[in-house]
Design a protein around this ligand. Structure first.
Ligand code: FCB
Length: 445
């Protein structure tokens, strides 16, 4: 294994999200979120798991910050639970919620770890779902009030802000496939939800800039390189459509303020394009300081007129993670160089990359997660090659700092570089985390 070395100022991080780790789901006046509601309904989450307790991070954050520090992590990406701040989504502010995040931020800074905040990582206040959730444009305005409050409370110390995590997942899995909260199955509504999320992103960026806080703000998209299954023209066109919905829809919107024409036509022809006032993007569009990229796997696509947008994903015969996702580091290189080519010189961060494997704590009390180490090594190597090819990649956040509640999959899928025993809440540093520590030390020397 050749030893990797990144540029000296490269930001090495790890990431988590509030609902996946915090627990304390109704403590200190926190309001109900759509994930509280969704996970408590039998059938929605594997084994009826939920985030009621999760990693109990709400009570153990100090210990967790010490763990981050011991690994030499430079930056920690976490999200804020909107219903802790506004239990009803708007109106009355819950000071106890603010205090928790203030303490966490102070603890991080005290330990030389840069906080990077995701404002929305899927846990919408249930009260806002009751008025239509993201399908209701009013929710976008409540979001801006919420974001504004966070800027004002924490903006003096927090210099990296991510407005949204993966609008594709929040809208498509939540509103079209119904496998995530709020569990709706209506593609037109999903497009509407995605649109309002994007609008709320621009409005929050504008609000942030008006405060002149001297930090950076951007959005995180889940992106996945789409390859054609064959040299056949129809398959190539199918891969392009897949790229259109998975990547270009959100990349074009976030970075150019437009939707791709070919996809608008497909959605209009199939009657799933919602009515959207045309000038909306042009009026509210704001550039981002950076783009956050979550990359896990690629897609190989073939034409199938029966499938959604006529594109079917083909399973490849390569090694896969516990999620069933093909391991394909070349896809990360292709993605980074392509975004740089097609979307200009914007700073890029990998805000999530990592793998679920079936880890065990062995008799010596160790977790020898060679498979994850290998996954991370090959993906970091791909990222380094992209930097060498001229891509302005500034940082990399491993998903995840610790094992946690993997949404519809519950606790069975472990993504952490730190193992969590959910019975005792004991944390065990995995071998991959020690590898990361060394990489950080070597690069920052
Ligand atoms: C991403 C999510 C993150 C985590 C990983 C595995 O889609 O942003 O919360 O669940 O997948």
């Amino acid at each position: 294994m050749e030893k990797l070395r990144f540029p000296k100022d490269f930001i090495f991080g790890t990431a988590t999200a509030a609902y996946q780790i915090e627990g304390a789901y109704k403590e200190d006046e926190k309001g109900e979120s759509i994930w509280d509601r969704f996970s408590h309904i039998p059938g929605n989450v594997a084994k009826m798991h939920n985030g009621d307790i999760a990693c109990d991070h709400y009570h153990r954050y100090k210990e967790d910050v010490q763990l981050l520090k011991s690994l030499g992590i430079k930056s920690y990406r976490f999200s804020i639970a909107w219903p802790r701040i506004f239990p009803k989504g708007f109106g009355e502010i819950n000071q106890k919620g603010i205090q928790f995040y203030r303490d966490l931020i102070d603890e991080l800074i005290k330990n030389d770890i840069e906080p990077a905040i995701t404002i929305y990582h899927w846990d919408l206040p249930q009260k806002l779902q009751d008025i239509g959730g993201w399908a209701n444009p009013q929710v976008a305005d409540y979001y801006v009030d919420y974001a504004n409050l966070l800027f004002r409370e924490f903006g003096d110390r927090v210099k990296t802000w991510i407005t949204h995590n993966e609008p594709w997942v929040a809208s498509y899995l939540g509103y079209a496939l119904g496998v995530h909260a709020p569990g709706i199955k209506d593609m037109k509504m999903a497009l509407l939800a995605a649109h309002n999320i994007l609008l709320s992103h621009f409005k929050a960026v504008k609000a942030y800039r008006e405060l002149e806080q001297d930090g950076q703000i951007g959005i995180t998209l889940n992106l996945s390189t789409c390859y054609s299954n064959s040299a056949d023209e129809e398959d190539i066109a199918a891969a392009h459509r897949s790229d259109g919905w998975n990547n270009r829809w959100f990349l074009d919107a976030a970075l150019k303020g437009t939707y791709p024409e070919d996809m608008i036509k497909i959605f209009s022809d199939t009657n799933i394009m919602p009515e959207l006032p045309k000038e909306l993007f042009t009026e509210v569009f704001e550039t981002s300081d950076f783009l956050g990229i979550n990359y896990y796997t690629r897609q190989v696509v073939k034409n199938n007129s029966e499938a959604f947008i006529g594109a079917e994903s083909v399973a490849m015969d390569n090694p896969k993670t516990e999620m069933g996702w093909e391991i394909y580091p070349q896809g990360l290189y292709d993605l980074l160089t392509r975004i740089h080519r097609d979307y200009g010189n914007i700073d890029l961060y990998i805000t999530e990359n990592g793998a679920a494997f079936n880890d065990m704590v062995n008799r010596d009390g160790k977790v020898e997660d060679e498979n994850r180490l290998d996954y991370l090594y090959t993906h970091f190597a791909a990222a380094l090659s992209a930097i060498e090819a001229g891509v302005p990649l500034k940082g990399y956040y491993i998903w995840s700092f610790m094992d946690n509640f993997e949404w519809a999959e519950g606790y069975e899928k472990r993504f952490g570089i730190v193992h969590v025993n959910y019975k005792t809440q004991e944390r065990t540093i995995k071998k991959s985390a020690y590898w990361y520590k060394e990489l950080i030390e070597r690069s920052n020397k």
